[in-house]
Design a protein. Structure first.
Length: 59
């Protein structure tokens, strides 16, 4: 992951929803679906932090 963008408005109280993100690398196309899913479900920074990402898989 290169960057995640969150809503930083005062109404968000530090827990703004994810607005977008960017990736660079060989398998970025395999992983971009996670950003799309987070945006669609209205995930915030806390949701992303609580998500389990098993390794060494990419998706």
């Amino acid at each position: 992951m290169t960057k995640l963008l969150f809503d930083d408005s005062p109404e968000a109280h530090g827990h703004g929803k994810i607005l977008g993100g960017g990736m660079v690398g060989t398998h970025a196309g395999d992983m971009i679906g996670e950003i799309a899913l987070a945006i669609e479900m209205g995930a915030d920074a806390v949701d992303i932090g609580k998500t389990i990402h098993p390794r060494p898989t990419l998706g």
